[in-house]
Design a protein around this ligand. Structure first.
Ligand code: DP6
Length: 349
């Protein structure tokens, strides 16, 4: 027999960024963060997990290519989920798995991303969230999504926020074992559904400095990070939750743009400095800033993760349509500062 479960998980985009760990093994952050989860039809990972007595080892395929499962992060997630596995009884298929059988049974895992891996589009976030969620279902684990988020966190920090839709907060937690460092939903996907997210893919190449090594260097060398984590982010988290609850786009945009810019300032303050944005990213910022200043209230918020791609959050569909017009005018296809493509174009969150 074979028992199989398939799950689909969207990626999330931080509007208050996570950057820096206080514990590298458990992946515990130096500050809280808040993100918005994309529509499940946009950037997402689909993972199928299977178990069968005929499998003789754990194996995993990513986008059709076999990858090693020996990494500490995969092993942590597998170990944590196996520890929570429960009895499974599927009468229809005549499958009965006792709790203790899970220790001996092996898994096959196949995962697909519908977007470029490691191009600063947070593929690890959707990937580990989907892995943990699908394994929990396969093994009949009883934990809720917040508890599962603390496991996904050990795969990749940002993954913990993809266990929920809508707006999600990752609370950094206090205790050393990380059990209180988990995600909670701030508002569900229906709460603010006139927002439109457009991602301008400036480059789909692999990023030069991974988030993991980048944030390690930042923690070791940046004084600005200390100020950000202790003084700036705690206040911003409170203001951002308030802005989301009140659907206050002016505050939401101000906080989102400032936080992205401070994150990139912290990267510049790292030794050696890290440059994730490029000339096209800077031009996009200028274009949005100029437009927002010319209107009574801001129309678009921008945010950039560990790469040059712009995530643009428009106030509503009208603003999104105007934004696309401006981008196509300032960055015409096949010009030097070409934007390769746009994704998540017409979808509401
Ligand atoms: C800039 O979650 O990819 O996207 O925990 O080392 O796997 P690890 O890092 P990762 O870092 C994401 C950083 C970010 C900001 C964010 O998503 O909050």
């Amino acid at each position: 027999w074979v028992r199989m479960v398939t799950a689909q998980t969207p990626t999330n985009i931080a509007v208050i960024k996570y950057w820096g760990k206080r514990d590298e093994t458990l992946i515990l952050p130096v500050n809280d963060s808040i993100s918005v989860t994309l529509d499940p039809n946009d950037l997402c990972t689909t993972t199928t997990v299977a178990v069968s007595p005929t499998f003789d080892q754990d194996r995993m395929w990513l986008n059709g290519k076999e990858i090693s499962l020996s990494g500490g992060r995969f092993q942590s997630c597998l170990k944590e989920i196996r520890a929570r596995a429960c009895e499974v009884e599927d009468e229809e298929k005549a499958i009965k798995i006792a709790k203790k059988d899970w220790e001996k049974l092996h898994l096959h895992i196949a995962s697909y991303n519908n977007f470029p891996t490691a191009a600063g589009l947070a593929s690890s976030a959707a990937g580990f969230a989907c892995l943990v969620f699908s394994l929990a279902k396969l093994m009949n684990a009883k934990e809720d999504n917040s508890e599962l988020s603390a496991i996904a966190r050990q795969g990749s920090g940002s993954a913990c926020r993809s266990l929920f839709g809508g707006f999600v907060k990752w609370t950094m937690g206090k205790v050393d074992n990380g059990s209180d460092s988990l995600a909670i939903q701030v508002a569900d996907e229906k709460h603010w559904d006139d927002l439109v997210i457009i991602i301008a893919v400036v480059s789909s190449r692999m990023k030069e400095t991974s988030s993991t090594t980048g944030m390690r260097d930042t923690v070791e060398t940046s004084l600005l990070l200390q100020h950000r984590a202790k003084e700036v982010v705690p206040k911003r988290i409170v203001e951002m939750e308030e802005a989301i609850k009140n659907r206050d786009f002016a505050s939401f945009a101000r906080l989102t743009c400032s936080d992205s810019n401070q994150f990139h300032a912290v990267c510049l303050d790292t030794q050696p400095p890290i440059f994730y944005m490029n000339d096209t990213s800077h031009k996009i910022i200028n274009c949005v800033e100029k437009w927002n200043r010319s209107e009574e209230t801001p129309q678009v918020a921008y945010t950039f993760d560990a790469g040059p791609n712009a995530v643009l959050i428009a106030h509503n569909r009208k603003a999104a349509a105007q934004l696309m017009q401006k981008l196509l005018y300032y960055f015409p296809p096949n010009s030097d500062t070409d934007i390769n493509s746009y994704v998540a174009g017409d979808k509401t969150i």
